[in-house]
Design a protein around this ligand. Structure first.
Ligand SMILES: Cc1ncc(COP(=O)(O)O)c(C=O)c1O
Ligand SMILES: N[C@@H](CCCC[NH3+])C(=O)O
Length: 419
């Protein structure tokens, strides 16, 4: 259930008719619902009611919008960040430093130092040299970094290859077989407090089985580490829960996930950490767009919209499906390919799909665009960076401004050594 519903034949975001936002902000534009975001944050937390000690860190890579982050901060969420930039955004949104987890396979020394200076709660170490570097930097600052070791459990998450992260051939974490020895060496370093392990096997998971298999492997690793004399107080289970993109999709619910987690981890006696992204933000946003033209095609017409692959990259990158609906449907259907203005054939949102009948000038929305939407936008083709608004009841705020197409930044200039 989300708060994008039809009223009197017009799609609304909470109490605001989408044509009003199109009129006032222009299109394309991302529209988020605060009520949906809060509901998802509560549903996910409630699903973990049988987990006694827990910390939820929103994976802000999926939606680093400051308004979105502020809403989640007020819900008691921390942040899972993967860059110094994300770290600063989480703090700017009001998240407490100790509630921030720093993940990522390629943190720079400068980013490790930044995390220490900011006093973040946990570093998720991806391999031994990173842990050694963190220990050195922390010791030099006469501080101690709280850290966990990310392990790669070698399970197939059954998701798209580009967003699968828990197979041995993926770049993430250390093999679970070599983890005890690496943990042992890192635990002996001054400047580092190794307090547990982390894993994250992939995104948009539509089955709990691979997660359960991975958690069971981690359970055995915890026992081995404790047997070797280590104190294991924190285990970070990552994120990855999928959301329905197609009407017929039926991914496991947060409640199913929470029940599985509580069952598998009941004897672990640790603080469990979670890094959900998509399941919190996916259905909280739509990409509102205007139909520019309907152009005849070889088999079916092309619906050319003013949003493009630079605004919503998922279809071009992962052949992802986003539902496309008319904002004021007339009850008729048409078969069409939905494309954007960018000059490559990859700028295709849907091929030969049955959709609401639309014509030039109509408004339409791509649904389930609140995660990995605006955050992956670019200015390809020198198009403006897509703006975002956050709706709250009958009001909304613009929480990111468009970088206008053709803007020339102050630091940009033609080098004077080019004749
Ligand atoms: C380390 C880590 N944690 C959390 C997430 C969030 O994943 P999702 O949006 O699938 O919940 C990701 C992305 O997949 C990730 O790489
Ligand atoms: N960007 C991907 C998800 C990446 C997950 C990051 N760990 C998507 O849109 O589905």
């Amino acid at each position: 259930m989300d708060h994008f519903q039809y009223r009197d034949g017009v799609l609304h975001a909470e109490d605001i008719p989408l044509p009003r936002i199109a009129e006032e902000i222009g299109t394309p534009v991302y529209v988020y619902s605060r009520a949906t975001l809060e509901r998802h944050a509560q549903v996910f937390r409630d699903a973990l009611k049988d987990v006694p000690k827990k910390h939820i860190a929103f994976a802000i890579k999926c939606n680093p919008n400051l308004g979105v982050l502020r809403v989640l901060a007020r819900q008691g969420y921390g942040a899972d960040v993967v860059s110094g930039g994300e770290l600063e955004r989480a703090l700017a949104a009001g998240m407490a430093a100790e509630d921030i987890v720093f993940s990522g396979v390629g943190k720079t020394r400068a980013e490790l130092a930044q995390g220490l200076d900011r006093g973040i709660g946990q570093f998720n170490i991806e391999h031994e040299p990173e842990g050694v570097a963190l220990a050195e930097i922390a010791a030099a600052k006469e501080t101690t970094a709280q850290a966990v070791l990310r392990v790669n459990p070698d399970v197939d998450a059954g998701t798209h290859a580009k967003i699968s992260t828990g197979k041995a051939e993926n770049k993430f974490g250390v093999g679970i077989d070599v983890a005890p020895a690496i943990f042992d060496r890192l635990a002996g370093l001054p400047g580092l407090k190794m307090r547990g392990v982390a894993l994250h096997i992939g995104s948009q998971l539509t089955s709990l089985a691979p997660l359960e298999a991975a958690f069971e492997r981690v359970g055995r690793l915890i026992a081995d580490l404790r047997a070797a004399g280590h104190s294991i107080t924190h285990v970070d289970l990552g994120g990855g829960l999928g959301v329905p993109y197609r009407p017929e999709d039926n991914p496991p619910s947060p409640a199913d996930y929470g029940a599985m987690v509580a069952r598998v981890t009941k004897d672990w006696d640790v603080t469990l950490m979670f890094e959900p992204g998509r399941v919190i933000a996916g259905n909280t946003g739509v990409l509102l767009t205007e139909v520019l033209w309907v152009k005849p095609g070889a088999s079916h017409p092309f619906v050319i919209v003013d949003a493009a692959m630079n605004d919503l990259a998922r279809p071009a990158l992962y052949d992802a499906y986003h539902d496309f609906v008319a904002v004021e449907p007339n009850g008729e259907k048409m078969t069409a390919s939905i494309v954007g203005p960018v000059c490559e054939t990859g700028d295709t949102f849907a091929r030969d799909r049955v959709i609401d009948a639309v014509k030039s000038g109509d408004l339409a929305a791509f649904r389930t665009a609140g995660a990995y939407g605006a955050t992956m936008a670019s200015t390809y083709n020198s198009r403006s960076l897509v703006p975002e608004v956050l709706v709250d009841g009958d009001r909304y705020i613009t929480v990111a401004d468009r970088i206008a197409a053709g803007t020339i930044m102050a630091a940009e200039r033609v080098p004077d050594w080019i004749e």
